[in-house]
Design a protein around this ligand. Structure first.
Ligand SMILES: Nc1ncnc2c1ncn2[C@@H]1O[C@H](COS(=O)(=O)NC(=O)C[C@H](N)c2cccc(Br)c2)[C@@H](O)[C@H]1O
Length: 532
Protein backbone atom coordinates (compact mmCIF):
# COMPACT_ATOMS: atom_id res chain seq x y z
CA UNK A 1 0.00 0.00 0.00
CA UNK A 2 1.42 3.42 -0.81
CA UNK A 3 2.30 5.50 2.28
CA UNK A 4 -0.39 8.14 2.20
CA UNK A 5 -3.10 5.89 0.78
CA UNK A 6 -3.11 7.87 -2.48
CA UNK A 7 -3.38 6.07 -5.81
CA UNK A 8 -0.06 4.18 -6.04
CA UNK A 9 2.39 5.08 -8.77
CA UNK A 10 2.25 1.42 -9.75
CA UNK A 11 0.60 -1.71 -8.42
CA UNK A 12 3.14 -3.98 -6.77
CA UNK A 13 3.31 -7.73 -7.36
CA UNK A 14 2.49 -9.75 -4.29
CA UNK A 15 3.45 -13.38 -3.61
CA UNK A 16 2.77 -15.91 -6.33
CA UNK A 17 3.36 -13.72 -9.30
CA UNK A 18 4.77 -15.23 -12.48
CA UNK A 19 7.70 -12.81 -12.28
CA UNK A 20 8.69 -13.68 -8.73
CA UNK A 21 8.34 -17.39 -9.45
CA UNK A 22 10.41 -17.34 -12.66
CA UNK A 23 13.13 -15.01 -11.43
CA UNK A 24 13.71 -16.74 -8.09
CA UNK A 25 16.93 -18.18 -9.52
CA UNK A 26 18.18 -14.62 -10.12
CA UNK A 27 18.20 -14.24 -6.30
CA UNK A 28 20.22 -17.37 -5.79
CA UNK A 29 22.74 -17.14 -8.58
CA UNK A 30 22.43 -14.16 -10.94
CA UNK A 31 25.43 -15.22 -13.02
CA UNK A 32 23.88 -18.48 -14.17
CA UNK A 33 22.67 -18.58 -17.81
CA UNK A 34 18.90 -18.05 -18.10
CA UNK A 35 18.67 -18.02 -21.90
CA UNK A 36 21.05 -19.14 -24.64
CA UNK A 37 19.85 -17.88 -28.00
CA UNK A 38 20.82 -17.13 -31.56
CA UNK A 39 22.87 -13.91 -31.76
CA UNK A 40 22.53 -11.35 -34.56
CA UNK A 41 25.91 -12.48 -35.98
CA UNK A 42 24.67 -16.05 -36.37
CA UNK A 43 26.47 -17.33 -33.29
CA UNK A 44 25.04 -17.91 -29.83
CA UNK A 45 24.67 -15.47 -26.96
CA UNK A 46 23.94 -15.98 -23.27
CA UNK A 47 21.67 -13.85 -21.09
CA UNK A 48 22.24 -14.47 -17.36
CA UNK A 49 19.49 -14.41 -14.74
CA UNK A 50 20.90 -11.13 -13.44
CA UNK A 51 20.88 -9.54 -16.90
CA UNK A 52 17.37 -10.88 -17.53
CA UNK A 53 16.11 -9.26 -14.33
CA UNK A 54 17.76 -5.97 -15.27
CA UNK A 55 15.97 -6.04 -18.63
CA UNK A 56 12.68 -6.88 -16.89
CA UNK A 57 12.97 -3.93 -14.52
CA UNK A 58 13.90 -1.52 -17.29
CA UNK A 59 10.82 -2.67 -19.22
CA UNK A 60 8.67 -2.37 -16.07
CA UNK A 61 9.68 1.29 -15.74
CA UNK A 62 8.94 1.99 -19.39
CA UNK A 63 5.58 0.16 -19.35
CA UNK A 64 4.64 1.79 -16.03
CA UNK A 65 5.21 5.22 -17.56
CA UNK A 66 2.34 4.49 -19.97
CA UNK A 67 -0.10 4.61 -17.06
CA UNK A 68 -1.84 1.30 -17.76
CA UNK A 69 -3.87 -0.37 -15.01
CA UNK A 70 -3.83 -3.92 -13.67
CA UNK A 71 -5.91 -5.99 -16.12
CA UNK A 72 -5.17 -3.88 -19.23
CA UNK A 73 -4.19 -6.31 -21.96
CA UNK A 74 -0.94 -6.36 -23.93
CA UNK A 75 -0.46 -8.34 -27.16
CA UNK A 76 3.07 -9.73 -27.14
CA UNK A 77 4.07 -10.73 -30.66
CA UNK A 78 7.43 -12.44 -30.93
CA UNK A 79 9.42 -15.57 -31.38
CA UNK A 80 10.64 -16.91 -28.05
CA UNK A 81 13.81 -15.15 -26.96
CA UNK A 82 15.28 -13.43 -23.89
CA UNK A 83 13.68 -10.05 -24.63
CA UNK A 84 10.25 -11.63 -25.22
CA UNK A 85 10.61 -13.42 -21.87
CA UNK A 86 11.70 -10.15 -20.24
CA UNK A 87 8.65 -8.42 -21.71
CA UNK A 88 6.18 -11.02 -20.48
CA UNK A 89 7.78 -10.90 -17.04
CA UNK A 90 7.50 -7.12 -17.04
CA UNK A 91 3.81 -7.43 -17.91
CA UNK A 92 3.39 -9.97 -15.09
CA UNK A 93 5.08 -7.58 -12.64
CA UNK A 94 2.53 -4.86 -13.42
CA UNK A 95 -0.45 -7.20 -13.66
CA UNK A 96 -0.87 -6.61 -17.40
CA UNK A 97 -2.26 -9.83 -18.93
CA UNK A 98 -0.20 -10.66 -22.00
CA UNK A 99 -1.61 -12.37 -25.05
CA UNK A 100 1.31 -14.17 -26.68
CA UNK A 101 1.29 -14.42 -30.44
CA UNK A 102 3.95 -15.00 -33.04
CA UNK A 103 4.99 -13.37 -36.32
CA UNK A 104 3.62 -16.20 -38.45
CA UNK A 105 0.06 -15.74 -37.17
CA UNK A 106 -1.88 -14.32 -40.16
CA UNK A 107 -3.03 -10.68 -40.01
CA UNK A 108 -6.72 -11.45 -40.01
CA UNK A 109 -6.39 -13.84 -37.10
CA UNK A 110 -4.42 -11.24 -35.12
CA UNK A 111 -7.14 -8.68 -35.85
CA UNK A 112 -9.78 -11.14 -34.60
CA UNK A 113 -7.82 -11.53 -31.38
CA UNK A 114 -7.38 -7.75 -31.05
CA UNK A 115 -11.11 -7.30 -31.67
CA UNK A 116 -11.87 -9.71 -28.83
CA UNK A 117 -9.13 -8.79 -26.35
CA UNK A 118 -9.34 -5.00 -26.90
CA UNK A 119 -5.71 -4.63 -25.79
CA UNK A 120 -4.16 -1.35 -24.65
CA UNK A 121 -0.89 -2.13 -26.40
CA UNK A 122 0.66 -4.28 -29.10
CA UNK A 123 4.36 -4.97 -28.53
CA UNK A 124 6.67 -6.60 -31.02
CA UNK A 125 10.43 -6.91 -31.22
CA UNK A 126 12.70 -4.23 -32.73
CA UNK A 127 12.79 -6.14 -36.01
CA UNK A 128 9.12 -7.22 -35.99
CA UNK A 129 7.36 -6.86 -39.35
CA UNK A 130 3.75 -6.48 -38.22
CA UNK A 131 1.90 -3.41 -39.51
CA UNK A 132 -1.76 -2.36 -39.63
CA UNK A 133 -2.44 -2.44 -35.90
CA UNK A 134 -5.76 -0.60 -35.35
CA UNK A 135 -5.48 3.02 -34.19
CA UNK A 136 -7.32 2.15 -30.93
CA UNK A 137 -4.29 0.12 -29.84
CA UNK A 138 -0.99 1.58 -28.70
CA UNK A 139 2.12 0.17 -30.35
CA UNK A 140 5.66 -0.38 -29.08
CA UNK A 141 8.77 -2.40 -29.74
CA UNK A 142 11.12 -4.17 -27.36
CA UNK A 143 14.77 -5.12 -27.72
CA UNK A 144 17.95 -5.42 -25.69
CA UNK A 145 17.89 -1.61 -25.38
CA UNK A 146 14.46 -1.58 -23.73
CA UNK A 147 11.05 -0.36 -24.95
CA UNK A 148 10.39 2.06 -27.81
CA UNK A 149 6.84 3.46 -27.81
CA UNK A 150 5.55 4.30 -31.29
CA UNK A 151 1.93 5.11 -30.41
CA UNK A 152 1.08 5.65 -26.74
CA UNK A 153 -2.05 3.84 -25.51
CA UNK A 154 -5.08 5.94 -24.65
CA UNK A 155 -4.78 7.35 -21.10
CA UNK A 156 -6.86 5.66 -18.40
CA UNK A 157 -7.63 5.92 -14.71
CA UNK A 158 -5.63 3.61 -12.41
CA UNK A 159 -7.81 1.92 -9.83
CA UNK A 160 -5.81 -1.09 -8.67
CA UNK A 161 -3.09 -1.16 -6.01
CA UNK A 162 -1.96 -4.79 -5.73
CA UNK A 163 -1.43 -7.50 -8.36
CA UNK A 164 -2.94 -10.57 -6.72
CA UNK A 165 -2.32 -14.27 -7.55
CA UNK A 166 -5.83 -14.54 -9.01
CA UNK A 167 -5.18 -11.68 -11.43
CA UNK A 168 -4.63 -12.76 -15.03
CA UNK A 169 -1.11 -13.68 -16.10
CA UNK A 170 -1.96 -14.39 -19.72
CA UNK A 171 -4.84 -14.88 -22.15
CA UNK A 172 -3.94 -17.27 -24.93
CA UNK A 173 -6.33 -17.71 -27.83
CA UNK A 174 -6.78 -21.28 -28.97
CA UNK A 175 -7.94 -21.93 -32.50
CA UNK A 176 -10.46 -24.33 -30.98
CA UNK A 177 -12.09 -26.91 -33.20
CA UNK A 178 -15.13 -24.66 -33.64
CA UNK A 179 -13.04 -22.01 -35.47
CA UNK A 180 -13.93 -18.89 -33.47
CA UNK A 181 -10.87 -18.34 -31.24
CA UNK A 182 -11.52 -18.62 -27.50
CA UNK A 183 -9.37 -16.67 -25.06
CA UNK A 184 -8.13 -18.95 -22.26
CA UNK A 185 -7.73 -16.67 -19.22
CA UNK A 186 -4.99 -18.06 -16.94
CA UNK A 187 -4.23 -16.55 -13.53
CA UNK A 188 -0.79 -16.28 -11.89
CA UNK A 189 -1.99 -18.81 -9.33
CA UNK A 190 -3.09 -21.22 -12.05
CA UNK A 191 0.07 -21.27 -14.12
CA UNK A 192 2.28 -21.44 -11.01
CA UNK A 193 0.15 -24.29 -9.62
CA UNK A 194 0.82 -26.38 -12.72
CA UNK A 195 4.53 -25.52 -12.80
CA UNK A 196 4.79 -26.47 -9.12
CA UNK A 197 2.93 -29.73 -9.80
CA UNK A 198 5.32 -30.45 -12.67
CA UNK A 199 8.31 -29.94 -10.34
CA UNK A 200 7.43 -33.22 -8.64
CA UNK A 201 8.07 -35.00 -11.96
CA UNK A 202 11.70 -33.83 -11.58
CA UNK A 203 12.13 -33.35 -15.33
CA UNK A 204 14.85 -30.69 -15.04
CA UNK A 205 17.84 -29.76 -12.90
CA UNK A 206 19.67 -26.40 -12.84
CA UNK A 207 22.34 -27.89 -15.12
CA UNK A 208 19.85 -28.65 -17.90
CA UNK A 209 19.52 -26.70 -21.12
CA UNK A 210 15.90 -27.01 -22.30
CA UNK A 211 15.19 -26.39 -25.99
CA UNK A 212 11.79 -24.86 -26.76
CA UNK A 213 10.43 -25.55 -30.23
CA UNK A 214 6.87 -24.23 -29.86
CA UNK A 215 5.67 -20.78 -30.96
CA UNK A 216 4.96 -18.32 -28.15
CA UNK A 217 1.17 -18.39 -28.60
CA UNK A 218 1.20 -22.14 -27.79
CA UNK A 219 1.26 -22.59 -24.04
CA UNK A 220 3.77 -25.40 -24.52
CA UNK A 221 6.25 -22.52 -25.02
CA UNK A 222 5.07 -20.90 -21.78
CA UNK A 223 5.53 -24.25 -20.06
CA UNK A 224 9.08 -24.50 -21.40
CA UNK A 225 9.87 -21.00 -20.16
CA UNK A 226 8.36 -21.84 -16.77
CA UNK A 227 10.02 -25.24 -16.54
CA UNK A 228 13.51 -23.98 -17.40
CA UNK A 229 13.50 -20.73 -15.41
CA UNK A 230 11.53 -22.25 -12.52
CA UNK A 231 14.37 -24.73 -12.00
CA UNK A 232 17.18 -22.21 -12.49
CA UNK A 233 18.06 -24.06 -15.71
CA UNK A 234 18.74 -22.58 -19.13
CA UNK A 235 16.10 -22.01 -21.82
CA UNK A 236 17.29 -22.50 -25.40
CA UNK A 237 14.65 -21.16 -27.82
CA UNK A 238 15.03 -22.78 -31.25
CA UNK A 239 14.48 -20.23 -34.07
CA UNK A 240 11.64 -21.36 -36.33
CA UNK A 241 13.84 -21.15 -39.42
CA UNK A 242 16.05 -23.84 -37.88
CA UNK A 243 13.10 -26.15 -37.23
CA UNK A 244 12.41 -26.48 -40.94
CA UNK A 245 15.97 -27.55 -41.73
CA UNK A 246 16.67 -30.79 -39.81
CA UNK A 247 20.45 -30.49 -40.15
CA UNK A 248 20.45 -26.91 -38.91
CA UNK A 249 18.04 -27.88 -36.13
CA UNK A 250 20.31 -30.65 -34.86
CA UNK A 251 23.49 -28.60 -35.21
CA UNK A 252 21.84 -25.80 -33.23
CA UNK A 253 20.96 -28.26 -30.44
CA UNK A 254 24.53 -29.56 -30.44
CA UNK A 255 26.19 -26.11 -30.53
CA UNK A 256 24.03 -24.85 -27.68
CA UNK A 257 24.69 -27.95 -25.57
CA UNK A 258 20.99 -28.71 -25.31
CA UNK A 259 20.19 -31.55 -22.88
CA UNK A 260 16.39 -31.65 -23.30
CA UNK A 261 14.13 -30.98 -26.27
CA UNK A 262 10.45 -30.09 -25.75
CA UNK A 263 8.10 -30.17 -28.69
CA UNK A 264 5.10 -31.67 -30.43
CA UNK A 265 5.64 -34.99 -32.23
CA UNK A 266 5.79 -33.33 -35.67
CA UNK A 267 9.04 -31.48 -34.86
CA UNK A 268 10.81 -34.85 -35.11
CA UNK A 269 9.28 -35.93 -38.45
CA UNK A 270 11.72 -34.10 -40.78
CA UNK A 271 14.69 -35.19 -38.60
CA UNK A 272 13.63 -38.86 -38.74
CA UNK A 273 13.15 -38.62 -42.47
CA UNK A 274 16.32 -36.76 -43.45
CA UNK A 275 18.91 -36.70 -40.64
CA UNK A 276 18.62 -39.96 -38.71
CA UNK A 277 22.38 -40.57 -38.98
CA UNK A 278 23.28 -37.23 -37.39
CA UNK A 279 20.67 -37.80 -34.69
CA UNK A 280 22.11 -41.28 -34.04
CA UNK A 281 25.55 -39.70 -33.65
CA UNK A 282 24.14 -37.25 -31.11
CA UNK A 283 22.34 -40.10 -29.41
CA UNK A 284 25.67 -41.83 -28.88
CA UNK A 285 27.18 -38.65 -27.41
CA UNK A 286 24.46 -38.88 -24.75
CA UNK A 287 24.05 -35.09 -24.35
CA UNK A 288 20.34 -35.22 -25.22
CA UNK A 289 19.02 -36.77 -22.01
CA UNK A 290 15.27 -36.11 -22.28
CA UNK A 291 12.65 -35.64 -24.98
CA UNK A 292 9.34 -34.22 -23.75
CA UNK A 293 6.39 -34.21 -26.14
CA UNK A 294 2.81 -33.09 -25.91
CA UNK A 295 -0.12 -31.95 -27.99
CA UNK A 296 -1.22 -35.15 -29.68
CA UNK A 297 -0.57 -38.85 -29.82
CA UNK A 298 3.02 -39.57 -30.86
CA UNK A 299 2.66 -42.15 -33.71
CA UNK A 300 4.25 -45.24 -32.18
CA UNK A 301 6.40 -46.28 -35.14
CA UNK A 302 7.92 -42.79 -35.24
CA UNK A 303 8.44 -42.83 -31.49
CA UNK A 304 10.13 -46.25 -31.69
CA UNK A 305 12.48 -44.96 -34.42
CA UNK A 306 13.32 -41.90 -32.33
CA UNK A 307 14.04 -44.11 -29.33
CA UNK A 308 16.32 -46.36 -31.38
CA UNK A 309 18.36 -43.29 -32.34
CA UNK A 310 18.40 -41.95 -28.77
CA UNK A 311 18.81 -45.09 -26.67
CA UNK A 312 20.15 -43.16 -23.65
CA UNK A 313 17.42 -40.52 -23.60
CA UNK A 314 14.38 -40.48 -21.34
CA UNK A 315 11.01 -39.81 -22.95
CA UNK A 316 8.13 -37.90 -21.36
CA UNK A 317 4.56 -37.71 -22.52
CA UNK A 318 2.88 -34.50 -21.39
CA UNK A 319 -0.89 -34.54 -21.68
CA UNK A 320 -3.42 -31.82 -21.09
CA UNK A 321 -5.24 -28.77 -22.31
CA UNK A 322 -4.48 -25.07 -22.25
CA UNK A 323 -7.45 -24.53 -19.95
CA UNK A 324 -5.42 -26.15 -17.14
CA UNK A 325 -2.03 -25.60 -18.81
CA UNK A 326 -1.79 -29.40 -18.80
CA UNK A 327 -2.78 -32.38 -16.68
CA UNK A 328 -0.22 -35.18 -16.58
CA UNK A 329 3.48 -35.83 -17.16
CA UNK A 330 4.30 -39.47 -17.74
CA UNK A 331 7.60 -41.28 -18.29
CA UNK A 332 7.56 -43.37 -21.48
CA UNK A 333 9.70 -46.50 -21.31
CA UNK A 334 12.68 -46.45 -23.71
CA UNK A 335 12.48 -48.75 -25.58
CA UNK A 336 8.70 -49.15 -25.71
CA UNK A 337 7.85 -52.72 -24.74
CA UNK A 338 7.06 -54.74 -27.90
CA UNK A 339 3.35 -54.85 -28.70
CA UNK A 340 2.66 -51.52 -26.96
CA UNK A 341 -0.60 -50.31 -28.47
CA UNK A 342 -0.97 -46.95 -26.70
CA UNK A 343 1.01 -44.54 -24.60
CA UNK A 344 -0.01 -44.04 -21.00
CA UNK A 345 -0.98 -40.53 -19.90
CA UNK A 346 -0.56 -41.83 -16.36
CA UNK A 347 -1.89 -39.81 -13.44
CA UNK A 348 -2.46 -36.09 -13.00
CA UNK A 349 0.56 -34.07 -11.81
CA UNK A 350 0.98 -33.57 -8.06
CA UNK A 351 -1.92 -31.55 -6.71
CA UNK A 352 -4.42 -32.55 -9.38
CA UNK A 353 -6.62 -35.57 -10.13
CA UNK A 354 -8.10 -37.03 -13.32
CA UNK A 355 -11.22 -39.17 -13.19
CA UNK A 356 -13.35 -40.86 -15.83
CA UNK A 357 -17.09 -40.33 -16.20
CA UNK A 358 -19.47 -42.22 -18.46
CA UNK A 359 -21.76 -40.39 -20.86
CA UNK A 360 -24.44 -40.68 -18.15
CA UNK A 361 -22.21 -38.73 -15.75
CA UNK A 362 -21.47 -41.65 -13.45
CA UNK A 363 -17.86 -42.48 -12.49
CA UNK A 364 -16.14 -45.15 -14.58
CA UNK A 365 -13.73 -47.19 -12.49
CA UNK A 366 -13.77 -50.43 -14.46
CA UNK A 367 -10.32 -50.94 -16.06
CA UNK A 368 -10.58 -50.99 -19.84
CA UNK A 369 -13.87 -49.12 -19.99
CA UNK A 370 -13.79 -45.86 -21.92
CA UNK A 371 -14.93 -42.71 -20.16
CA UNK A 372 -14.40 -38.97 -20.48
CA UNK A 373 -11.58 -37.39 -18.47
CA UNK A 374 -12.64 -34.79 -15.90
CA UNK A 375 -9.83 -32.93 -14.18
CA UNK A 376 -9.75 -31.50 -10.67
CA UNK A 377 -6.88 -29.01 -10.62
CA UNK A 378 -5.57 -25.80 -8.98
CA UNK A 379 -4.30 -24.81 -12.43
CA UNK A 380 -7.86 -24.51 -13.77
CA UNK A 381 -8.24 -21.40 -15.93
CA UNK A 382 -10.38 -18.46 -14.87
CA UNK A 383 -12.71 -18.93 -17.86
CA UNK A 384 -12.92 -18.07 -21.55
CA UNK A 385 -12.48 -14.37 -22.26
CA UNK A 386 -15.95 -12.73 -22.51
CA UNK A 387 -17.61 -16.10 -23.12
CA UNK A 388 -19.39 -17.27 -19.92
CA UNK A 389 -21.51 -19.70 -21.91
CA UNK A 390 -18.49 -21.56 -23.32
CA UNK A 391 -16.98 -21.47 -19.81
CA UNK A 392 -20.07 -23.02 -18.22
CA UNK A 393 -19.90 -25.83 -20.77
CA UNK A 394 -16.50 -27.04 -19.53
CA UNK A 395 -16.23 -25.82 -15.90
CA UNK A 396 -18.81 -28.00 -14.19
CA UNK A 397 -19.93 -28.68 -10.63
CA UNK A 398 -17.91 -31.47 -9.04
CA UNK A 399 -19.89 -34.57 -10.09
CA UNK A 400 -19.13 -36.22 -6.75
CA UNK A 401 -20.26 -33.21 -4.66
CA UNK A 402 -22.46 -31.08 -6.93
CA UNK A 403 -23.63 -28.70 -4.20
CA UNK A 404 -20.15 -28.06 -2.80
CA UNK A 405 -19.20 -25.13 -5.04
CA UNK A 406 -16.24 -27.27 -6.22
CA UNK A 407 -15.75 -27.38 -9.98
CA UNK A 408 -13.95 -29.73 -12.37
CA UNK A 409 -12.75 -29.32 -15.96
CA UNK A 410 -14.55 -31.37 -18.61
CA UNK A 411 -11.67 -32.19 -20.97
CA UNK A 412 -13.54 -33.56 -23.98
CA UNK A 413 -10.95 -36.35 -24.03
CA UNK A 414 -11.70 -40.04 -23.75
CA UNK A 415 -9.52 -42.54 -21.91
CA UNK A 416 -9.60 -45.96 -20.33
CA UNK A 417 -8.00 -46.97 -17.08
CA UNK A 418 -5.24 -49.56 -16.82
CA UNK A 419 -4.80 -52.09 -14.00
CA UNK A 420 -3.13 -49.56 -11.64
CA UNK A 421 -5.53 -46.74 -12.44
CA UNK A 422 -3.19 -45.11 -15.00
CA UNK A 423 -5.04 -43.64 -17.98
CA UNK A 424 -4.65 -44.30 -21.70
CA UNK A 425 -5.78 -41.64 -24.18
CA UNK A 426 -8.57 -42.87 -26.45
CA UNK A 427 -9.19 -39.81 -28.61
CA UNK A 428 -11.48 -36.82 -28.29
CA UNK A 429 -15.20 -37.02 -27.76
CA UNK A 430 -15.63 -35.07 -31.00
CA UNK A 431 -13.33 -37.39 -32.96
CA UNK A 432 -15.84 -40.19 -32.47
CA UNK A 433 -17.71 -40.31 -35.72
CA UNK A 434 -20.82 -42.19 -36.76
CA UNK A 435 -20.41 -44.32 -39.84
CA UNK A 436 -23.57 -46.04 -40.94
CA UNK A 437 -24.86 -45.82 -37.38
CA UNK A 438 -21.69 -47.21 -35.84
CA UNK A 439 -19.45 -45.19 -33.54
CA UNK A 440 -15.90 -45.10 -34.91
CA UNK A 441 -12.78 -43.86 -33.09
CA UNK A 442 -10.66 -42.46 -35.90
CA UNK A 443 -7.51 -43.30 -33.91
CA UNK A 444 -8.29 -47.02 -34.23
CA UNK A 445 -8.43 -46.75 -38.01
CA UNK A 446 -5.17 -44.73 -38.05
CA UNK A 447 -3.45 -47.25 -35.82
CA UNK A 448 -4.32 -50.16 -38.11
CA UNK A 449 -3.23 -48.35 -41.28
CA UNK A 450 -0.01 -47.25 -39.55
CA UNK A 451 0.93 -50.90 -39.12
CA UNK A 452 0.99 -51.50 -42.89
CA UNK A 453 4.55 -52.01 -44.15
CA UNK A 454 5.97 -48.82 -45.60
CA UNK A 455 3.33 -46.54 -44.11
CA UNK A 456 5.00 -44.00 -41.80
CA UNK A 457 1.87 -42.07 -40.75
CA UNK A 458 -1.90 -42.22 -41.11
CA UNK A 459 -4.70 -39.72 -40.54
CA UNK A 460 -8.34 -40.80 -40.88
CA UNK A 461 -11.32 -38.49 -41.13
CA UNK A 462 -14.84 -38.38 -42.46
CA UNK A 463 -15.39 -36.26 -45.51
CA UNK A 464 -18.74 -34.52 -45.52
CA UNK A 465 -21.06 -35.44 -48.38
CA UNK A 466 -24.23 -33.71 -49.52
CA UNK A 467 -26.18 -36.91 -49.84
CA UNK A 468 -25.81 -40.12 -47.95
CA UNK A 469 -23.44 -41.25 -45.24
CA UNK A 470 -20.21 -39.37 -44.56
CA UNK A 471 -17.30 -41.18 -46.13
CA UNK A 472 -14.33 -42.42 -44.14
CA UNK A 473 -11.13 -41.33 -45.85
CA UNK A 474 -7.49 -41.97 -44.89
CA UNK A 475 -4.29 -40.09 -45.70
CA UNK A 476 -0.94 -41.82 -45.42
CA UNK A 477 2.69 -40.84 -45.62
CA UNK A 478 5.18 -43.48 -46.61
CA UNK A 479 8.90 -44.16 -46.23
CA UNK A 480 10.85 -42.07 -48.75
CA UNK A 481 12.78 -45.11 -49.99
CA UNK A 482 10.04 -47.69 -50.49
CA UNK A 483 7.31 -47.73 -53.16
CA UNK A 484 4.00 -45.99 -52.38
CA UNK A 485 1.75 -48.58 -50.74
CA UNK A 486 -0.96 -49.96 -53.00
CA UNK A 487 -4.36 -48.60 -51.95
CA UNK A 488 -6.15 -51.89 -52.49
CA UNK A 489 -3.61 -53.74 -50.34
CA UNK A 490 -3.92 -51.20 -47.52
CA UNK A 491 -7.71 -51.42 -47.54
CA UNK A 492 -7.53 -55.24 -47.62
CA UNK A 493 -5.16 -55.01 -44.64
CA UNK A 494 -7.79 -52.93 -42.83
CA UNK A 495 -10.59 -55.31 -43.75
CA UNK A 496 -8.60 -58.16 -42.20
CA UNK A 497 -8.76 -56.53 -38.76
CA UNK A 498 -11.53 -53.91 -38.70
CA UNK A 499 -15.29 -54.12 -39.04
CA UNK A 500 -16.45 -53.11 -42.51
CA UNK A 501 -17.76 -49.70 -41.37
CA UNK A 502 -14.21 -48.84 -40.12
CA UNK A 503 -12.53 -49.55 -43.47
CA UNK A 504 -11.82 -46.26 -45.27
CA UNK A 505 -13.72 -45.65 -48.47
CA UNK A 506 -10.74 -43.88 -50.00
CA UNK A 507 -7.03 -43.48 -49.38
CA UNK A 508 -4.67 -40.67 -50.40
CA UNK A 509 -0.90 -40.79 -50.22
CA UNK A 510 0.51 -37.38 -49.21
CA UNK A 511 4.14 -36.30 -49.11
CA UNK A 512 3.85 -35.02 -45.56
CA UNK A 513 1.07 -34.03 -43.22
CA UNK A 514 0.26 -30.29 -43.05
CA UNK A 515 0.57 -28.93 -39.51
CA UNK A 516 -1.13 -26.06 -37.68
CA UNK A 517 0.89 -23.08 -36.46
CA UNK A 518 1.23 -24.96 -33.14
CA UNK A 519 2.69 -27.96 -34.98
CA UNK A 520 -0.26 -30.36 -34.74
CA UNK A 521 -1.53 -32.31 -37.74
CA UNK A 522 -3.89 -29.93 -39.59
CA UNK A 523 -6.93 -32.07 -40.43
CA UNK A 524 -8.82 -29.17 -41.99
CA UNK A 525 -5.98 -28.62 -44.49
CA UNK A 526 -5.93 -32.33 -45.26
CA UNK A 527 -9.68 -32.43 -45.97
CA UNK A 528 -9.24 -29.45 -48.31
CA UNK A 529 -6.50 -31.44 -50.05
CA UNK A 530 -9.06 -34.02 -51.17
CA UNK A 531 -11.67 -31.39 -52.03
CA UNK A 532 -9.15 -29.68 -54.35
N1 LIG B 1 0.10 -36.16 -24.75
C1 LIG B 1 -1.05 -36.11 -25.47
N2 LIG B 1 -1.52 -37.22 -26.07
C2 LIG B 1 -2.67 -37.17 -26.77
N3 LIG B 1 -3.41 -36.06 -26.95
C3 LIG B 1 -2.96 -34.94 -26.37
C4 LIG B 1 -1.76 -34.90 -25.60
N4 LIG B 1 -1.58 -33.63 -25.13
C5 LIG B 1 -2.63 -32.91 -25.58
N5 LIG B 1 -3.46 -33.69 -26.33
C6 LIG B 1 -4.69 -33.28 -27.00
O1 LIG B 1 -4.67 -31.87 -27.18
C7 LIG B 1 -5.75 -31.29 -26.44
C8 LIG B 1 -5.28 -29.98 -25.78
O2 LIG B 1 -4.81 -29.14 -26.80
S1 LIG B 1 -4.27 -27.74 -26.33
O3 LIG B 1 -5.26 -27.09 -25.53
O4 LIG B 1 -3.84 -27.10 -27.55
N6 LIG B 1 -3.00 -27.98 -25.39
C9 LIG B 1 -1.93 -28.71 -25.77
O5 LIG B 1 -1.94 -29.38 -26.77
C10 LIG B 1 -0.66 -28.66 -24.92
C11 LIG B 1 -0.90 -28.44 -23.47
N7 LIG B 1 -1.60 -27.18 -23.19
C12 LIG B 1 0.39 -28.44 -22.74
C13 LIG B 1 1.07 -27.25 -22.47
C14 LIG B 1 2.26 -27.26 -21.76
C15 LIG B 1 2.78 -28.44 -21.30
C16 LIG B 1 2.10 -29.59 -21.55
BR1 LIG B 1 2.84 -31.13 -20.86
C17 LIG B 1 0.92 -29.62 -22.25
C18 LIG B 1 -6.08 -32.32 -25.37
O6 LIG B 1 -7.42 -32.11 -24.94
C19 LIG B 1 -5.90 -33.61 -26.12
O7 LIG B 1 -7.01 -33.87 -26.94
Amino acid sequence: MSPNGARPVRAHASVDNLRTYLLAAARRDPDRPAVIQAAADGGLETVTYGELERRVDRLVDALDALGLDVGDRVILESDTNADAVATLLACATLGLPFTPTSPEVPDERLLTIIDSAEPALHIQSDHGQRTGIPETVGTARFGPGGLTVERAPAPRVRRRRVVTPIDTAYITFTSGTTGRPKGVVMSHRGVIAFLRGAEAARLVTAEDRVANTSPLQFDFALFDIGLALGHGATLVPVPRARLNWPRRFLSYLRDAGVTQVDGVPSVWRPVLRHESDLLAEMGQEGVLSRITFSGEDFPLDELRRLQELLPKARFTNGYGATETMAASITEVPNPLPPGTERLSIGYAVAGAEMMLLGSDGSPVDEPGTIGEIYLRSPSLFSGYWRDPEATRAVVLPDPLHPGSGQVVFKTGDLAHMGPEGELYFRGRVDSQVQIRGNRVELGEVERRIGQFAGVTGAVAMVLPREDGDPLLHAFVTCAPAGPAPDTREVLAFCRAALPAYMVPHGLSVVNEFPVTVNGKVDRTALAAHVAS
